[in-house]
Design a protein around this ligand. Sequence first.
Ligand SMILES: NC(=O)c1ccc[n+]([C@@H]2O[C@H](COP(=O)([O-])OP(=O)(O)OC[C@H]3O[C@@H](n4cnc5c(N)ncnc54)[C@H](O)[C@@H]3O)[C@@H](O)[C@H]2O)c1
Length: 420
Amino acid sequence: MNVCVMGLGYIGLPLAAVLARSGYKVLGVDIKPAVVRSIESGEIHGLEPPLGLLVIEAIRRGSLSLCDPVPHADVYILAVPTPLKKKKHQVDLSYVEKAVDSVAPRLRPGNLVIIESTVPVGTTEKMSRRLLELRPDLEREGKSLIFVAHCPERVLPGKILDEMVEVDRIVGGVDAGSTREAGDFYATFVRGSIHRTEARTAEMCKLAENASRDVAISFANELSMLCDKMGIDAANLIRLANHHPRVNIMDPGPGVGGHCIPVDPWFLVQSEPQGTDLIRTARKVNEKKTAWLLKRIEETISHFEKPVIACLGLAYKPEVADLRGSPAVSIVNSLCSQNRGDLRIVEPHIKDLPPVLAGFNCCRLVDLEEAIAEASVVALLTRHNSFEGIQARLPDGKIFIDPNGVVSPGWRRSGTEAAN
Ligand SMILES: NC(=O)c1ccc[n+]([C@@H]2O[C@H](COP(=O)([O-])OP(=O)(O)OC[C@H]3O[C@@H](n4cnc5c(N)ncnc54)[C@H](O)[C@@H]3O)[C@@H](O)[C@H]2O)c1
């Protein structure tokens, strides 16, 4: 059976590799020639370590080929981006629409089209109608001759290859036949359970999952800012509160980053602006936390004539090299743009600074020892394991800033800071 994967990015490429390993003949399509070239030359992005080998091996065996134009296949999976537009937190569905438009001419009766991209509720039905408008011959007596379903991805960056196979999947078709076909397809390579529902519920499920995490993190972040104002150590407070058998507060951080959680809740807000007060507020609180931490750093370094700031971590979460949407990158970028001092960046998971920071002369990627030796202020931006206990390891005289809001003892805060 031939499966065409549309979009060979963070999701599509591992999916193509997993399907090829499971015995499918996989046909990969990507509109960016640079993406195709890098896959062909074996230069796979380094976030999922075994992925490169899996892809090279699949191409060598002939079970994965890169195609242009879109080929005929039995199953089409869309793993194209669904970012927010620059303005007003509206989703940009143009990538999904273009992918649908390029698949439409190839479709034959009995084909299955699956949208894995995260989409607002109602999109799968809309795309199913779009396909039939483009191909009216695929509808007979009001009945579609193709199957269309949504199956959201729930993988954790850094563990994508494992989770793609092990984690339960939600599969929702635009009709019972589509749910059955899509569910049966996933059952051939997923070891987790396949939960069958309809398209709108599957779409909502993914959005609810990410909004749920955003809300939970926002509570921890709000607590950390509140504790800071009240002179309470947030980390200790949360540790104590979590001794309650039914309380489980998350760790505060510098905000929320990554590709999904800061984006997907807006899809719900966009669909129901009047019914999403909590979801919208959580987003705002998590954004506020990043601005709050930046302000904390700015206020601290304002006491130095020529501050050197060690920024520990750039990734959006611990133990990954993924910088997408990272609050740490945005904090470092703000400090550099405003020329607030010399920055020593420590990010053990990358070899070079990302393009957005590479142009700043004041900013260098160095190792931990060098950063600490040179810095007067040390800001923990990502809790990588290698930074564990870093505060206790700092030489005397260094000021430590933690995303919890804790500034190292001995540092006298200014009076204005308490009014933040
Ligand atoms: N990255 C994650 O951790 C994650 C997790 C769950 C869900 N998702 C969702 O999966 C979808 C894909 O995300 P991603 O991180 O893989 O994006 P990505 O940007 O890494 O990759 C998408 C790829 O699609 C290609 N593309 C765009 N339009 C195309 C078209 N018409 N035809 C063929 N290729 C096309 C792009 O060139 C790009 O290489 C998004 O909706 C995202 O929200 C991502």
